[in-house]
Structures are given as C-alpha cells and as structure tokens.
Design a protein around this ligand. Structure first.
Ligand SMILES: [Mg+2]
Length: 253
C-alpha cells in the first residue's frame, strides 16, 4: 500500500485563527456594506443597509441551521443574491460573481499560516506526494485563494483546493471527500486526511476510507466524543512524516 496524497483541512489546520480576537460581525458588516453600496449605486435603488445586513444574517443562519442535518453547504454568493432579492432587487440583474468581488474578502487581520506548514509541504512535495485542501468554507474557493495567497499558503497547493460552497456539500459528507480524491487521482487507502474538527474531518475522512490525523489547534472548540477515534493525533505538522512512516513504510522515495 503506497501513500500518494495528503489532503488538508484549511482553517485551524493550515491557517492559524488563534490570534484572531476581532469582532466578526463588525468585519462582516463592512463587506456587506460594500455590496449594498454597489447594488444601490449600479443596480437598484436601496436605502437601508441595515435591512440588507439583517436579511443576509437571517438567511446565513438559516442556511447553516439546515446544513446541520442536510450537509448541503451554505454559499456566500447565493445568500448575497437572496438578501438583495428579498429587498426587491430583480434576480436577473444580479451577477453573483460581481457581488462576491465587491464583497472583497481578504486575509483576516491576526490570522497567519502555521509556521510548521512550509517544511511539511516541502517534504511531501519532494517525495512526490500529491496534496489538496478540503475546506468547509461558505465562500467559493477563488475567494479564499486570495486570502491564502496573502498568507503564503497558496503556492504549496497548485491544484485541488475544494471549498464546500463550490462542491455543494460540507464535510463530513462523503461527496466532498470523493471529489478531492478524484482531483488528486488516488484511491482512499492511498490518502491521508489532516484536520482539526473531529466530526467533519476525522469521522468524515474515515467514512470515506482515508486515514485521518487530528491536528490539535489552540482554538480546539469541538472536543472528541468517544465515538470518534482519530488514526493519529498531532500537535505540529512536523510530526506528520513519522506517522506516515508508520502507515506507509518507504513513502519517502
Ligand atoms: Mg478546521
């Protein structure tokens, strides 16, 4: 059995959010205001930014609540469009891509690439191991690409970056894992998944047939319950190669 690919979760696995103590809703309000101003100026007269933000927030909460059982991924672009339509804007006048550009997502202050990422990625690359990102983000991946480019993560992942918003399903749904495996072109037993979320990352990857490594993060909010047992646990990605040695002797070619 040969190791051919390692797939990674993004947030709190490659990207360290532990330094972020900002006000998320205030930050989000600025992005929403960008969209509101763009619509009001170029598409349809609107006069109440708070109503737009309220529509957006209610729909976002509903989408995440429904996702808890359906695992259908919320999509930032769709919610922006729906919020505008709720205020009377004709849907055929709204270009989702344009709204997302105007939303202007970028690297969040006080977030950073974990310092152990570059060495781990270089080692995998030097041994011809394919890599990919599988994130439960509600932003389409092209938006998060802007962010991870700023953080220096993007160059390590030239392809196979999957966002739940694009796939339509959230981890732990098997579809998103299968799509990632298809992208890197390997079978489940030839791949390892590394993530910080017990249910989404560990239970999800295992159900899809991958080895699952739990990466502890300072922000660990969801604790392991006794039904989810990772195949390995690491605090630093520097430990990952030794786990791979155990499972796939000779993977360092
Ligand atoms: Mg995560």
């Amino acid at each position: 059995m040969a190791l051919k690919a390692v797939l990674f979760d993004l947030d709190d696995t490659l990207l360290d959010w532990s330094g972020f103590h900002g006000d998320w809703s205030r930050m989000e309000a600025l992005h929403l205001r960008n969209v509101f101003d763009f619509i009001a100026e170029h598409i349809h007269p609107l006069d109440d930014p708070d109503a737009f933000a309220a529509e957006f927030r209610a729909r976002t909460m509903d989408a995440w609540a429904a996702a808890r059982t359906s695992l259908r991924a919320p999509n930032l672009g769709s919610v922006l469009v729906e919020a505008a339509v709720a205020l009377g804007v004709a849907s055929n006048k709204l270009d989702m891509r344009r709204l997302l550009e105007v939303y202007a997502w970028d690297a969040v202050p006080d977030t950073a690439m974990f310092p152990d990422v570059p060495d781990a990625m270089r080692l995998l690359h030097d041994n011809n191991i394919r890599v990919g990102i599988v994130t439960n983000a509600y932003q389409p991946m092209w938006i998060r690409d802007v962010e991870i480019a700023t953080h220096g993560i993007l160059p390590f992942f030239p392809s196979c970056r999957l966002s739940a918003a694009d796939v339509g399903y959230l981890k732990p749904h098997p579809t998103i894992f299968q799509m990632a495996l298809n992208c890197v072109g390997v079978k489940p037993h030839e791949a390892v998944f590394v993530g910080d979320d017990p249910e989404a990352d560990i239970a999800g990857a295992q159900a899809a047939g991958l080895h699952a490594v739990l990466r502890y993060s300072a922000r660990q909010t969801r604790m392991l319950d006794s039904t989810i047992v990772p195949d390995a646990r690491i605090v630093s990605l520097a430990e990952l190669p030794f786990i791979l040695d155990r499972w796939y002797p000779g993977w360092r070619s």
